[in-house]
Design a protein around this ligand. Structure first.
Ligand SMILES: *[C@@H]1O[C@H](CO)[C@@H](O)[C@H](O)[C@H]1NC(C)=O
Ligand SMILES: *[C@@H]1O[C@H](CO)[C@@H](O)[C@H](O)[C@H]1NC(C)=O
Ligand SMILES: *[C@@H]1O[C@H](CO)[C@@H](O)[C@H](O)[C@H]1NC(C)=O
Ligand SMILES: *[C@@H]1O[C@H](CO)[C@@H](O)[C@H](O)[C@H]1NC(C)=O
Ligand SMILES: *[C@@H]1O[C@H](CO)[C@@H](O)[C@H](O)[C@H]1NC(C)=O
Ligand SMILES: *[C@@H]1O[C@H](CO)[C@@H](O)[C@H](O)[C@H]1NC(C)=O
Ligand SMILES: *[C@@H]1O[C@H](CO)[C@@H](O)[C@H](O)[C@H]1NC(C)=O
Ligand SMILES: *[C@@H]1O[C@H](CO)[C@@H](O)[C@H](O)[C@H]1NC(C)=O
Ligand SMILES: *[C@@H]1O[C@H](CO)[C@@H](O)[C@H](O)[C@H]1NC(C)=O
Length: 375
């Protein structure tokens, strides 16, 4: 009795109070789910009982979810789903491990906000399918999927393609179940009409003068039919694209010299993977050399409406110079002809005068000649 009082007396109450205060403070600070341990940067859930039934979430206004870099979950048979908004608060997450658990389904957009994710370990879960869409925006260095009962289908072909592309020595032993429930090694998986797409970019001439325009066209092909899109990087020039089904064009207008050397890609993407075809632009400054400007204006007349004013200014001006040249020439000709005609007239006048004189003169001359005869 006295011992009971000793333990449940005021001292005990104070102790309990202190404990609750500590627990309360700790819970308020970390608001960690039961079966889990939390720190400022990690969430660790490996206790199988009672276990968690949903992806661990921190209470609002508790620890900053952005500071969590690692989530480790093991032996949680009742954790089956990762919902679209379960992981989004953990924007700093780098390592996600869910092993020996009941994970069956991961929402397509579950990792949309987790651009820092690098290592994912889903070893020994219940995943039957996993799409490339989950991870396509991420730059993962590790995705471990061994021990999952995948269903053989085109949906998981990307995993085989990824493994083949890596061809690292530590390739995972992955299998899928075919319609007869036979375990097929992923390396032997063959699915008809399920392959990588291809992209083909065509550009007329990638050496363009500043201020001009260029149109690139791209066609994509594949089965399943791929989507196509342009990756223009940090292109500053104005550009617009038109895409219809498997064909597309990208028009870049008033090209800036800041875009010289920039890479433009056309990407074909389907659920198996993607392919891209790229080109590099070369933009050189407009040549101030006069004859070149005229040449360029003629050459791109069909392309560039913006130059019309310059063209209409410059070309007639050359015509004018030509015309005035020709006019000068004809003036010279007229002057020369006039001079010649005038000179001829003068000569004729002189000759006429001379002829009149020479009638005498001639007579005289004759006379002169006759004089000696006469004389
Ligand atoms: C989260 O990280 C930031 C920057 O690293 C730090 O200033 C802040 O105190 C951290 N928050 C918590 C609750 O640890
Ligand atoms: C994440 O996992 C990798 C490999 O599993 C490990 O090397 C790294 O230290 C882990 N990083 C963190 C922050 O836990
Ligand atoms: C992934 O988890 C399994 C099970 O815990 C472990 O054996 C394996 O080493 C882990 N892989 C990596 C790369 O961390
Ligand atoms: C499943 O795989 C086994 C072994 O490769 C094969 O004999 C069987 O025909 C396959 N079943 C189907 C429906 O493809
Ligand atoms: C592309 O056009 C530039 C002038 O804009 C020309 O100098 C160059 O030779 C052309 N290149 C090809 C491959 O036609
Ligand atoms: C292509 O056009 C679509 C729709 O107009 C637009 O959303 C997209 O940003 C464009 N892409 C590029 C690279 O201009
Ligand atoms: C072309 O771009 C330059 C700057 O890069 C700008 O000053 C000019 O107004 C633009 N011309 C047209 C026709 O948009
Ligand atoms: C194109 O540009 C990229 C970088 O922007 C560069 O890595 C690549 O080597 C270039 N390709 C060619 C053919 O110049
Ligand atoms: C005409 O050419 C001059 C230089 O040659 C340039 O400064 C001007 O912007 C051009 N005008 C148009 C409308 O392209």
């Amino acid at each position: 009795m006295s011992s009971w009082i000793r333990w449940h007396g005021p001292a005990m109450a104070r102790l309990w109070g202190f404990c609750w205060l500590v627990v309360g403070f700790w819970r308020a600070a970390f608001a960690c789910p039961t079966s889990c341990k939390c720190s400022a940067s990690r969430i660790w859930c490996s206790d199988p009982s009672p276990g968690i039934v949903a992806f661990p979430r921190l209470e609002p206004n508790s620890v900053d979810p952005e500071n969590i870099t690692e989530i480790f979950i093991a032996n949680q048979k009742r954790l089956e789903i990762i919902n679209e908004d379960d992981v989004e608060a953990y924007v700093g997450l780098r390592n996600l491990t869910i092993v020996d658990s009941g994970l069956k389904f991961v929402a397509h957009k579950a990792f949309l906000k987790n651009s820092n994710l690098q290592h994912i370990n889903f070893t020994r879960n219940k995943l039957t399918s996993l799409s490339r869409k989950h991870f396509r925006h991420l730059d993962l260095s590790e995705l471990i999927l061994v021990g999952n009962p995948f269903t053989c289908s085109c949906d998981i072909m990307w995993i085989k393609t990824l493994q083949e592309a890596k061809s690292s020595p530590d390739t995972q032993d992955l299998y899928c179940l075919n319609e007869s429930s036979k375990n097929i090694p992923l390396a032997n998986l063959q699915i008809p009409n399920c392959g990588l797409p291809s992209a083909n970019l065509a550009a007329p001439n990638l050496t363009v003068e500043e201020g001009k325009s260029i149109t690139l066209s791209c066609s994509v092909a594949g089965d399943p039919v791929p989507n196509m899109y342009w990756d223009v990087g940090n292109l500053v020039s104005k550009h617009m694209n038109e895409t219809s089904h498997t064909q597309g064009s990208l028009r870049i207008t008033n090209i800036s010299s800041d875009d010289s050397g920039k890479q433009i890609s056309c990407v074909a993407e389907n659920l198996v993977g993607e392919d891209q075809d790229s080109v590099n632009l070369t933009v050189h400054c407009a040549n101030p050399n006069y004859p070149d400007v005229i040449y360029e204006d003629y050459g791109t007349a069909a392309n560039d409406i913006g130059d019309t004013t310059n063209r209409s200014n410059e070309i007639p001006s050359t015509d004018v110079t030509d015309k005035t040249g020709r006019e000068h020439l004809s003036v010279y000709a007229v002057v020369v002809i006039a001079s010649v005609v005038g000179f001829c007239l003068l000569v004729m006048l002189f000759l006429l005068k001379l002829a009149r004189h020479s009638k005498f003169g001639m007579k005289g001359f004759v006379l002169f000649h006759k004089i000696p005869l006469d004389g």
